[in-house]
Design a protein around this ligand. Structure first.
Ligand code: FAD
Ligand code: FES
Ligand code: FES
Length: 487
């Protein structure tokens, strides 16, 4: 096996840094503030919600250098191995001048108490280096700061700064030099990092990953850490053995073929949704409302699927579209329809030695009508009360295939088999639709909790089906009486 026992090795603000002797579950934020005394990065919520801890990570993905803003509070330190980390302390120029992002924040009065400011600056810096300082539209500025909360300044001056930073003298981010430095520290094998009785493995290949999974069946599999990070921060769980999937080449691949789009389990939500949206633009709203930019940059589609939360946002759409999951172990690989992965609350059809490798989503066909809806108490950055996806195929006006999947309605993401049965073979019209809506109560007996009551959930599920119908029903030809109304 080619994982190598060694310290964690990464660039911290362009300085090669080796770390040993700290627990593998130490957060990047604690390391920065407590070990390095880099206290510009702040702690607000410690659960990925507020953005005060935003930092930027650079890594090699394929042949590209990828830079992305993430939340330092829920990233474990060893996940930085082979990468470069930038904090707000890195932004001031060697001349002593502020970076255009900081300068614009000052000029636009983008800060009051200042607690949130380094986080906003790093989110805007991630955008600045992504566009190489070239002006971009306001929507991208707004999107870049979706993970940052400010309780005193308000967002208008910050958005103004995000626009104005592109008008100031440009500062270049040296990508090529960084790429070759990262290539050098990645030339060695994967990481085995031990501190006291805790071990962290970062294998580089699928074969190494399944071997480790078999050798350490009790180990926690870690991808983006946006769920697992909270187990440590909020539930104070001790994780003695961790196997990280983020460096496994085969799990980081997205491929399009005649069978569909195959997305590796360690592909970030950002990249996964970009691939999905390119063929299913109907997923755009879901993408924009899935957590925040830094969470989508760190979190993976595989993590969402493998966690299998009944209120996870990806599964309804993927199940409705007929996605299949691929699992692997040292015994081989197997595929199964995604819905069959979920056996009960937190119970999956995944053996202790198996891992999720990828999910494959069929490509759309002309006769497919598809929509994906999310209902939550707050429009942005909130967990779903109900998440629903509908995929219907019509031959003329007859429903030839119907797949309905919902989250928030049962102990697992689940298909509405009764409603599907009622709709298949009938014409796509309002009276049949009403039968389908009624059948949903045979499919789901949802719970009441702090997000929604059972009544609300069932009513909302029925109404989402109705909304889907209204958005996809055949357009009625204009009658002469309609024409006279508009004349
Ligand atoms: C602030 C915040 C907002 C959020 N908002 C949303 C939201 O709007 N919608 C939503 O659905 N979720 C949301 N989440 C939850 C989370 O971001 C997602 O579930 C995410 O997709 C998890 O991916 P990850 O890579 O971070 O998983 P991790 O935390 O690394 O792992 C999650 C689980 O999957 C397992 N796992 C990971 N990879 C594999 C694999 N290859 N094989 C087997 N098991 C594996 C892990 O062992 C763990 O049990 C939010 C989280 C936070 C902190
Ligand atoms: S401290 Fe709030 S997101 Fe990290
Ligand atoms: S300036 Fe005070 S929280 Fe934003």
């Amino acid at each position: 096996m080619s994982v190598e026992a060694r310290p964690i090795r990464f660039y911290l603000n362009d300085r090669l840094t080796e770390v040993s002797g700290v627990a593998p579950t130490t957060s990047v934020l604690s390391f920065l503030r407590q070990d390095q005394r880099l206290c510009g990065t702040k702690e607000g919520c410690a659960e990925g919600d507020c953005g005060a801890c935003t930092v930027v990570i650079a890594e090699i993905a394929g042949s590209e250098l990828q830079t992305k803003a993430v939340n330092a509070c829920i990233q474990f330190l060893p996940t930085l191995d082979g990468k470069a980390l930038y904090t707000v302390e890195a932004l001031r120029q060697s001349s002593g001048d502020l970076h255009p992002v900081q300068d614009a924040m000052v000029k636009c009065h983008g800060s009051q108490c200042g607690f949130c400011t380094p986080g906003f600056v790093m989110s805007l810096w991630a955008l600045y280096i992504d566009t190489d300082g070239a002006k971009t539209d306001e929507n991208r500025v707004r999107e870049a700061i979706t993970g940052n909360l400010c309780r005193c300044t308000g967002y208008r001056p910050i958005i103004k700064a995000g626009r104005q930073m592109f008008d100031l003298p440009r500062v270049v981010f040296e990508r090529e030099g960084l790429k070759s430095k990262l290539a050098k520290i990645n030339a060695t094998s994967g990481l085995e990092y031990t501190s006291r009785d805790q071990r962290f493995f970062a294998p580089r290949s699928l074969q190494e990953l399944v071997q480790l999974r078999s050798d350490y069946p009790d180990a926690t599999i870690l991808a983006g850490g946006t769920d697992v990070g909270l187990w440590v921060n909020k539930q104070l769980r001790e994780l003695n053995e961790i196997v990280y999937t983020g460096s496994v080449t085969e799990l980081r691949v997205t491929e399009k073929s005649a069978f569909g789009i195959s997305i590796g389990a360690a592909v970030s939500l950002t990249d996964a949704y970009a691939a999905l949206k390119s063929v299913y633009p109907q997923m755009n709203e879901m993408w924009e409302r899935f957590a925040s930019m830094p969470i989508r940059n760190a979190g993976t589609l595989g993590g969402n699927i493998a966690n299998g939360s009944p209120i996870g946002d990806s599964m309804p759409a993927l199940i409705a579209l007929g996605a299949t999951a691929k699992l692997a172990s040292i015994r081989g690989t197997r595929g199964l329809p995604l819905e069959s992965l979920y056996l009960g609350y937190q119970k999956k059809d995944m053996a202790p030695d198996e891992i999720l490798v990828s999910v494959t989503i069929p490509l759309p066909t002309p006769e497919l009508k598809f929509r994906n809806y999310k209902l939550s108490k707050r429009f942005d950055s909130d967990i779903s009360a109900v998440c629903a996806a509908f995929a219907v195929k019509l031959d003329g006006n007859i429903v030839t295939s119907c797949r309905i999947a919902m989250g928030g309605m049962a102990a697992t993401p689940k298909r509405a088999l009764n409603a599907e049965r009622v709709l298949i073979g009938r014409s796509w019209d309002e009276s049949n639709l009403r039968l389908g809506m009624a059948a949903l109560s045979q499919d789901f007996a949802p719970l009441s909790d702090m997000r929604a009551t059972a009544d609300y959930r069932l009513t909302a599920a029925r109404n989402l089906l109705y909304r889907f119908y209204l958005e996809t029903k055949p357009v009625e030809p204009l009658r002469s009486t309609d024409v006279s109304v508009f004349a």
